[in-house]
Write a protein that binds this ligand. Structure first.
Ligand code: LIP
Length: 269
């Protein structure tokens, strides 16, 4: 079985179990604050994904949201850039949706080789939609090739953002950004999963997605899927995306300049 097929199989098995459990009662804990939750299913799913990868690739390293939540993006960068096979997983991206029995939770699995994203899988169990990409081989949704949209006008674009769990440093700026950009685009969506937003940009359903304060596990798989679908990934100031990123912007490669102008106009106010 090819590595990408294995990742797809694992995501599907993990997601099928999550969808089965969503309406049952389960343990929920707070992480850094009441805005930041973890459930027993985040932990179980992370364990399942790790074990499944390790069974096939015992020498690969697997890092997941629930086991590295205290490590900063910066301290992870060295690890990510120097290891030849390192998997970055988010067992449930959109934990708040999962806790509330809402759709819009995903499983995100990425493989990096010496800092290069090599494969990415994002699975949405609610809609049974499997998004995946391998470097230089294109992006797919349920085995059909996908591409970003051709829309070049922000005023006709639907864009997405997220409401980060860190309130004063990240959520408040997002509210200001929505105020600035919200009247210059067709509309804004917030589905509650960074990985899902990326997948929707890749599939041409959204023109762009931005959010500050994300972590690598939220967007590693999604970033590759967007790039392989012909889109663009950067920071919100348009700077090249690195693993020390402070903010994230992915677009169809046509509306990014206009968005960046809006973001810059807020910072210069
Ligand atoms: C969440 C994201 C969501 C974002 C939150 C958070 P989690 O990830 O994907 O879109 O707004 O800041 O990071 O914690 O559910 O895996």
């Amino acid at each position: 079985m090819k590595t990408v097929e294995l990742a797809v199989k694992i995501a599907k098995e993990a997601g099928t179990e999550l969808a089965k459990q969503i309406d049952n009662s389960f343990n929920i804990e707070q992480k850094k604050s009441s805005f930041d939750l973890v459930t027993e299913w985040d932990k179980n799913t992370e364990h399942f994904i790790k074990e499944s990868i390790k069974q096939k690739y015992p020498d690969h390293e697997v890092i997941g949201e629930e086991s590295i939540s205290n490590e900063s993006n910066i301290s992870l960068t060295n690890k990510l850039n120097n290891k030849s096979n390192i998997w970055v997983i988010d067992p449930i991206d959109g934990t708040s949706n999962y806790v509330h029995g809402l759709p819009g939770y995903t499983i995100s699995i990425a493989l990096l080789k010496k800092g290069e994203l090599s494969l990415g899988v994002v699975y949405d169990p609610h809609n049974d939609e499997m998004f995946y990409a391998e470097k230089s081989r294109g992006a797919f949704l349920n085995n059909k090739k996908i591409n970003v949209s051709n829309q070049a006008d922000l005023i006709s674009s639907i864009i997405a953002t997220g409401f980060p769990s860190e309130v004063s440093k990240h959520r408040v700026p997002v509210l200001n950004q929505i105020k600035q950009i919200g009247t210059s685009c067709h509309n804004i969506r917030v589905y509650g999963s960074a990985a899902l937003h990326c997948a929707y940009v890749a599939a041409g359903r959204l023109e762009a997605y931005w959010e500050p304060g994300l972590n690598i596990w939220d967007i590693a798989a999604g970033a590759l899927i967007v790039k392989e679908a012909g889109g663009k990934v950067s920071e919100m100031d348009g700077e090249k995306f690195s693993y020390e990123f402070g903010s994230f912007l992915c677009t169809n490669g046509r509306v990014d300049n206009e968005m960046i102008r809006h973001f810059n106009s807020i910072t210069s106010k």
